[in-house]
Design a protein around this ligand. Structure first.
Ligand SMILES: Nc1ncnc2c1ncn2[C@@H]1O[C@H](COP(=O)(O)OP(=O)(O)O)[C@@H](O)[C@H]1O
Ligand SMILES: N[C@@H](CCC(=O)OP(=O)(O)O)C(=O)O
Length: 378
């Protein structure tokens, strides 16, 4: 019998973000590890057959680019790193596409920057693209868009990107695969007395003191960025596990609850976390007044708000801004992220989605506020 984690968060996880680091993907800088990538893709297919949705966040572009360009040492100049990433990303995407296809899975390349996810409109766009890909059963393969980032806005490490993606799609779990078994009380490459940490609370400050920088010349972030990623992922209710990427059947076993790796458990529930996030971070920009039917659907049935139930639009807002949903008596029912800017929303009041294309000139979401982006006001 395999040792199990005390919590069932990984077993229960329906939507999982898997992040693999440069040191693993490129076998410590020796070019893409075809066999390892093939193995993870086989396991991803297993998870999907099991009814889960998966998103891959994969590093490796710079290391693969360096190999393709014949560079033995990592360049210092940021434009050379960016050039290497652009060269290497071709190979990375090609490898995932081949290996996922061998497992009857479609794949999609998504390149993101931190700035993309900080911008409300791009955030919503990235979110709807990813959720649509998941609905289509396609595996998104994400990396940082190294071409357009500079020092200030660079993630610098893909652990942070993994966490931001987990926040974006409200994943249940973030799996960080690396070249160590998980978190130790100190860097095991430097301290032979370090002991293994099997489970902890995500966000516990004691963990940050244990984690050091990268142990290899290829990896960038080290353990600290993984611990911070777990804290960030926990912000939207996702638990994180850090595990050794070459452990046989690691992904399959983790989702069966096997205690391989370090499990960092989120302390807030997904719904609670979203509510808190909306309350803390977002300023309201406007409101829509809805009829009694729409108010009841949103409040009592947890449904999305559709434009057909909207009577009036107040204020000026953009797509991605937070708006209030009020009933005819002026009472706030909920607040959430607007899919349409105020000018468009005015055109859509009382209209069924079949008419949106004629009214706007393009066909977009049928909802004014999707229920995933809606928080009820108590
Ligand atoms: N407390 C710790 N426990 C485990 N590994 C640690 C710790 N502190 C630092 N490390 C180092 O972090 C490295 C993993 O990070 P990194 O090289 O950035 O990998 P990746 O490319 O997978 O992101 C390990 O090889 C290890 O040397
Ligand atoms: N986006 C870059 C690398 C980011 C990176 O090295 O991240 P990590 O694997 O977390 O150390 C790449 O694909 O090479």
């Amino acid at each position: 019998m395999n040792q199990k984690f005390s919590s069932s968060v990984l077993r229960d996880a329906r939507r999982v973000v898997v992040k693999v680091g440069s040191s693993l993907v490129t076998n410590d800088g020796r070019g893409l590890d075809e066999q390892a990538i093939g193995e993870w893709c086989r396991q991803l297919a297993h998870l999907i057959r099991d009814g889960r949705e998966v998103i891959m966040v994969s590093s490796g572009a710079i290391a693969e680019g360096m190999k393709r360009l014949g560079w033995a040492t990592r360049p210092k100049a940021v434009q050379e790193l960016q050039a290497a990433a652009a060269v290497g990303q071709m190979g990375l995407a090609q490898m995932y596409e081949t290996k996922l296809r061998a497992n009857d899975l479609g794949s999609a390349q998504v390149l993101l920057t931190h700035a993309d996810l900080a911008d409300r409109e791009r955030y919503l766009n990235a979110r709807s693209t990813l959720l649509t890909l998941l609905k289509l059963g396609v595996v998104p393969v994400i990396n940082e868009n190294d071409t357009v980032v500079n020092d200030e806005i660079k993630f610098g490490d893909n652990d942070t990107l993994g966490a931001l993606v987990a926040n974006l799609v409200e994943a249940d779990a973030l799996v960080i695969l690396t070249d160590q078994k998980g978190l130790f009380t100190a860097d095991p490459r430097k301290d032979p007395a370090a002991t293994f940490v099997s489970e902890a609370k995500a966000g516990d400050p004691a963990l940050e003191l244990m984690a050091g920088g990268a142990g290899s010349s290829i990896g960038r972030g080290g353990m600290l960025t993984k611990i911070l990623a777990a804290k960030r992922a926990a912000g939207s209710g996702a638990s994180t596990v850090i595990a050794w990427g070459r452990e046989p059947d690691a992904l399959i076993r983790l989702t069966q609850g096997d205690a391989i790796g370090t499990l960092l458990i989120a302390q807030t529930q997904k719904n609670q976390a979203r509510k808190q996030w909306m309350a803390d971070h977002l300023q309201m920009r406007g409101a829509v007044v809805v009829d009694a039917g729409a108010a009841a659907k949103v409040r009592d049935e947890g449904k999305s708000l559709l434009p057909i139930g909207m009577l009036q639009v107040e204020g000026e807002f953009s797509r991605g801004d937070v708006i209030a949903v009020r009933d005819e008596t002026g009472l706030e029912v909920a607040r959430g992220l607007a899919n349409y800017a105020s000018a468009e929303a005015r055109l859509l009041c009382r209209k069924p989605s079949a008419e949106f294309e004629r009214l706007l000139g393009y066909a977009a979401e049928p909802e004014m506020v999707h229920r995933d982006n809606l928080v009820l006001t108590r």
